[in-house]
Design a protein around this ligand. Structure first.
Ligand code: F6P
Length: 368
């Protein structure tokens, strides 16, 4: 006989928002299995992130809905980048209050005791704002960028790291065979965790991340020194948000204009062209793009997503709302939703991985 435990939460809604990533389904399964099987909670699956809660797009989630999804990529709930607290453009006649009001109305209509949101910085920030509006919210940290304040790791990162590393391994073949410099652009708009880790794992010769504005002359000099030492090829790993020291001094508008004038489709292309200009070496860009977010989650992400998910179910049962479940060292803990709200966890300059990279001769774009 199944022993259903006491629970402060009877019904909750669950949604996934922001970019998809491997491990979302594992987390949905973790929350739902534990919440249903241990505590007998009812679950409402909300489609396409906050948009589903605004537009009234949801369905009851039954245990059978989460069978067989542990290893599946993407999210069975669908996702969107809907940010209900943000006016989408100056010309927009959207009134954000209407979206927030719709969310609050639907939350009440569904008789939810809590809303569980799986997402990155934006999703947890919205969760925090909704908590300030009086809703019970619980966040879970997902993103391949690993840049959520309050958790040591987000699920999705480890899988993307494996994909990025394999891509670098594969690019080595062509770089070596053709004696070329190959620039690989990985995701990470504001934080360089993915590029730094994949770059170190794949033995990148140069790694450029947003936290360390790069000096193209010193990058070029490093590559030429390698060539003089008989290493005719090089791999340059660039985070999507990497910027030159010159760009770092510009304001947002100036930087946009400067990039438009340069005319490269993305930073990977620009760095490749800049390297060619300063070294004369044959250089090619590769942009990995959404491949990094697709496919099955790694074993490590499955375990992390499942543990965070089941811990969320326990928190629902205890009525611990307004928090984000987190990994702290080797333990599952939680932080107030105000901790991730509106912040980005960047790579600190004194992080040991920076020194690790330098110690094995990897150039990080710094001057001198
Ligand atoms: O969700 C994180 C992320 O993977 C970032 O690294 C990247 O900047 C962004 O998503 C791009 O996502 P999209 O094109 O789906 O908006």
């Amino acid at each position: 006989m199944i022993n259903i435990r006491k629970s402060a939460t009877r019904t909750f809604g669950i949604l996934t928002a922001g970019g998809d990533c491997p491990g979302l389904n594992a987390a949905i399964r973790g929350v739902c299995r534990a919440a249903h099987d241990r505590y007998g909670m009812d679950i409402v699956g909300i489609a396409n992130g906050y948009r589903g809660l605004i537009e009234g797009d949801w369905r009851t989630l039954r245990p059978s809905d989460v069978y067989g999804i542990l290893t599946r990529g993407g999210t069975i709930l669908g996702t969107s980048r809907e940010k209900p607290f943000k006016v989408s453009g100056r010309e927009s006649d959207e009134v954000p209050e209407e979206k927030v009001a719709a969310i609050k109305d639907n939350y009440r209509k569904l008789n939810l005791d809590c809303l569980v949101v799986l997402g990155g910085n934006g999703t947890n920030t919205t969760g925090y704002h909704l908590a300030c509006e009086g809703l019970n919210v619980l966040g879970l940290p997902k993103t391949i960028d690993n840049d959520i304040q309050g958790t040591d790791r987000s699920f999705g990162f480890n899988s993307a790291l494996a994909i990025g590393t394999e891509a670098i391994d594969r690019l080595h073949s062509t770089a070596q065979s053709h004696s070329r410099v190959i620039v690989i652009e990985l995701m990470g708009h504001k934080a360089g965790w993915l590029a730094l880790y994949a770059g170190i794992a794949g033995g990148g010769d140069v790694i450029l991340i947003p936290e360390i504005p790069y000096h193209i002359e010193t990058v070029g000099r490093h590559l030429m020194e390698r060539a003089e030492q008989g290493k005719a090829f090089s791999i340059v790993v660039v985070a999507e948000g990497a910027l030159s020291a010159e760009e770092a001094r510009m304001d947002k508008k100036e930087r946009k204009r400067y990039r438009e004038q340069y005319g490269a489709p993305s930073v990977g292309y620009r760095v490749a062209r800049e390297i060619k200009e300063v070294t004369g070496m044959e250089t090619r860009p590769t942009v990995l793009g959404y491949v990094q977010r697709g496919g099955i989650p790694s074993a490590s992400d499955r375990v992390l997503a499942t543990s965070l998910g089941t811990a969320a179910a326990d928190m629902l049962a205890r009525g611990e709302y307004g928090r984000m479940v987190a990994l702290s060292g080797d333990s599952i803990s939680s932080v107030d939703l105000s901790v991730p709200a509106g912040k980005v966890r960047s790579v600190p300059p004194d992080h040991y991985m920076i020194d690790t990279a330098l110690a094995v001769g990897t150039h990080l774009g710094m001057k001198g």
